[in-house]
Design a binder for this molecule. Structure first.
Ligand SMILES: [Mn+2]
Length: 320
């Protein structure tokens, strides 16, 4: 396992670098990727990016003015990727050539030749910020905006328990470098589409409580997208709804994906560890936010399995 200094020494000696993030990318994955590419280019290195999924419209601003280049990368780095399973077709294309994984998931499953993993880091973007500083880069306004986006989106705009003094210092440095924090916050945490609000209305209708109000579950079937016109990205953040309810320790969102897979997003309050629960189904994540998925079963069966395991977990820790 590398330190920030060692990772910087490694990348410092490289040119022609491809940066990859996970499929179904969030603000941290995309912000870390575009921020790192911008920072590496500012150092005179050739850098490009790859994500197995199309870039969500919502995060198009992270790539504004960032020219796509056609090159044969010599070195490959991943950001925010906890497991090779999450790379999508990037694993088939580049899997055996990944030299460095930069990640902040405690459940990281090693897949790269070298790795720099810091579970104490609130966002991969926080690590990329430190890495660029270590490399002697001076992130410009655009790079700072990308990395600020990563830090803000992985911390619920600096509200979650994963925020440390270092997170806030890195974010403050990004502001100093010109990150338009107010605009980024408004875009990601205030403004929402009418379709997303209408979808949320349908989703809150599915809300159910169990275990004396310690466990709350919502469901997000494909029909919600169809009837409201909301896109998956527009409903980012809906997973945090059940956990916001007073007394709830575990908030479960059961999502039906277009290809029929069932995706579970789990959000928890202490003393519950969301990653421990999802780990029982082969998933992972962070103590407060984790996920897992099921194949070949219905939404209701997935809901039932989560309900059973969450009830057992709450009994084990003596919360019910
Ligand atoms: Mn992240």
């Amino acid at each position: 396992m590398l330190t920030c200094k060692e990772a910087a020494a490694l990348i410092g000696g490289w040119d022609d670098i491809l940066v990859i993030c996970h499929e179904n990318p969030d603000g941290d994955a995309l912000g870390s990727m575009s921020g790192l590419v911008r920072g590496l280019r500012s150092l005179g290195k050739r850098a490009g990016w790859y994500c197995a999924s199309p870039l969500p419209e919502k995060f198009a601003y992270l790539f504004q003015g960032l020219e796509e280049i056609d090159f044969a990368p010599e070195h490959i780095v991943t950001v925010d990727v906890a497991d090779s399973k999450l790379l999508g077709d990037a694993w088939d294309k580049f899997g055996d050539r990944i030299e460095l994984a930069i990640d902040h998931h405690g459940t990281h499953v090693p897949f790269a030749k070298e790795r720099w993993v810091e579970p104490g880091s609130a966002a991969a973007a926080e690590m990329v910020w430190l890495l660029l500083k270590e490399l002697g880069a001076e992130p410009d306004e655009a790079a700072a905006g990308c990395l600020y986006t990563g830090m803000a989106t992985d911390t619920g705009c600096f509200r979650y328990r994963n925020v440390t003094p270092r997170t806030l210092r890195a974010a403050a440095d990004a502001l100093e470098a010109g990150a338009p924090a107010g605009d980024i916050n408004q875009r990601n945490f205030e403004t929402r589409t009418r379709a997303s609000m209408e979808a949320e209305k349908l989703i809150t209708d599915t809300l159910e409580f169990h275990c004396g109000g310690r466990l709350a579950i919502i469901r997000l079937p494909q029909s919600v997208y169809e009837s409201t016109g909301a896109s998956e990205n527009e409903l980012d953040g809906v997973e945090s709804l059940p956990r916001q309810i007073e007394g709830v320790l575990i908030g479960v969102t059961v999502k039906e994906r277009p290809e029929g897979k069932i995706k579970i997003s789990l959000r928890s309050n202490p003393p519950v560890n969301a990653a421990d629960i999802c780990g029982r189904f082969g998933g992972g994540g962070h103590p407060g936010a984790a996920g897992c998925s099921f194949e070949g079963i219905t939404m209701d069966e997935a809901r039932q399995r989560m309900l059973t395991v969450c009830r057992e977990y709450l009994q084990e820790i003596g919360s019910i």
